[in-house]
Design a protein around this ligand. Structure first.
Ligand SMILES: *Cc1c(COP(=O)(O)O)cnc(C)c1O
Length: 434
């Protein structure tokens, strides 16, 4: 692999971005893709294969974004391509049930035993929206507790982070979200059970659910403390609230059974996305059969989708999950993220750069700074200001990370020892030049 040009983005990416902005708002179809928080324009990607992506200027990178999580097998995996090609020749959508939906549902249930019943949707966003609606329908309550820094898609009522660490009534992060919507969201601090207890005391009998990423991956990667997760489970049981585990990022990523399998804290409902579609638009939500029975046509909670359960997407998800049955997959992924984060810590330490790293299965993250990061307040207090320069150093040495200090990184089964070695050398360079 040749070293990418040090003029990034290249001429063709720059030209395409200018053109894109004439027709697509901001030039991108999801904001973080614009690379604003690293102070440069985005690379337009031409193709991917295995662990690598190539941009339209011919620069090649080892990819740790993996389409933001779905590509646990790497790009253009033969088994996924083959399954998709076989299915699409028979028609791409019917809006009627197909056997593939049943097969994928059975496979997902097999991996995640807390899913007694589930429903497929087209994104993680729709999954969390559906889960909240059924939680509210089931309990007859309106309020939902979320945690500052946890991301659950751009659902109106969940676009609330609350600025300070205070546990306050939600104020939307986005214009266009009605105050009434944001006002049903109560924000607590991650790893702080007391902050949730306080809300429960303030809103007795009014909270439908507590939703969280058991392992937050959208404020950097943060490890949950076991007493916190266990405490949430007990509190939900005592107060008649549902515990919703958002596994859109962690599902089939940190372990075959998701984050919930690592901590033995069974949720009432879970949401999935990303890996479940093997690179196609699929989401799912599910859990307790008595709760899910409230969804139409069995019950009064309405939720629907024209392309939900799309056969091509189901085939990609199924081909992906089938390959995750292999016993060695998750130990191999964990060994890779451990090797990277160990090397990063060592190199940073030698260079006198303070660094905190975390890894779970095929996902990892790091914060620059001295203090251990337990929640969103800590994450924001870390040295995110070092990231743009670091990011560029990595990019120039052929390593493509997320263009923001508060995102997770992902390894795939396709990442080789040579990829890891090159990544560690890039890190040595990038940290050495901070
Ligand atoms: C990505 C993500 C979502 C949103 O999923 P989309 O498919 O982007 O709609 C929700 N929750 C978590 C934890 C995520 O990481």
């Amino acid at each position: 692999m040749t070293k990418p040009s040090s003029h990034l983005p290249g001429a063709r990416s720059t030209e395409l971005f200018a053109r894109a902005q004439q027709s697509i708002v901001g030039g991108v179809n999801s904001p973080v893709r614009a690379f604003r928080s690293v102070g440069m324009g985005p690379l337009f990607i031409q193709r991917g294969h295995g662990s690598r992506i190539v941009d339209v200027d011919g620069n090649e990178f080892i990819d740790y974004v993996g389409s933001w999580g779905p590509l646990i097998l790497g790009h253009a995996h033969e088994a996924v391509l083959e399954a998709v090609q076989r299915v699409l020749r028979n028609g791409t959508s019917f809006g009627a049930p197909t056997e593939l939906e049943v097969q994928l549902a059975e496979q997902v249930k097999d991996f995640v035993p807390s899913l007694e019943r589930l429903r497929f949707v087209n994104s993680g966003n729709e999954a969390t929206q559906g889960a909240l609606r059924v939680a509210r329908g089931f309990t007859g309550r309106d309020y939902v507790v979320k945690f500052a820094g946890c991301y659950h898609g751009s659902v109106d009522s969940l676009l609330v982070k609350a600025g300070s660490g205070a546990t306050t009534l939600g104020v939307a992060d986005s214009k266009g979200v009605p105050a009434a919507s944001a006002g049903t969201t109560l924000v607590a601090e991650f790893n702080d059970l007391d902050s949730v207890i306080q809300l429960v005391e303030e809103y007795p009998g009014e909270i439908a659910a507590v939703i969280l990423e058991y392992i937050p991956g959208n404020m950097g990667v943060i490890a949950p403390e076991l007493p916190f997760l266990r405490g949430l489970r007990d509190l939900c049981d005592r107060e008649g609230m549902l515990l919703i585990c958002d596994e859109v990022m962690t599902g089939f990523r940190v372990a075959r059974g998701g984050a919930q399998s690592l901590f033995d804290v069974p949720p009432d409902l879970s949401t999935f996305g990303k890996v479940i579609g093997g690179g196609f638009p699929v989401g799912a939500y599910g859990g307790r059969a008595d709760v899910m029975a409230h969804i139409a046509p069995e019950g009064p909670v309405y939720q629907a989708g024209t392309l939900s359960g799309n056969p091509v997407a189901m085939a990609a998800g199924l081909a992906t999950l089938k390959l995750l049955e292999d016993e060695s997959v998750y130990s191999d992924l964990a060994a890779k993220t451990q090797r990277l984060t160990d090397a990063f810590s060592q190199i940073a330490g030698e260079g006198g750069v303070a660094l905190q790293t975390t890894c779970f299965g095929g996902m990892f993250g790091f914060f620059f700074g001295d203090a251990r990061v337990r929640n969103y307040t800590d994450a924001l207090a870390s040295r995110g200001d070092l990231y743009p320069h670091f990011f560029r150093g990595m990019l120039e040495h052929g390593v493509y990370l997320a263009p923001s200090p508060y995102e997770a990184a992902f390894v795939s089964t396709a990442h080789s020892d040579a990829d890891l070695e090159q990544t560690i050398e890039a890190f040595r360079y990038a940290v050495g030049h901070l």
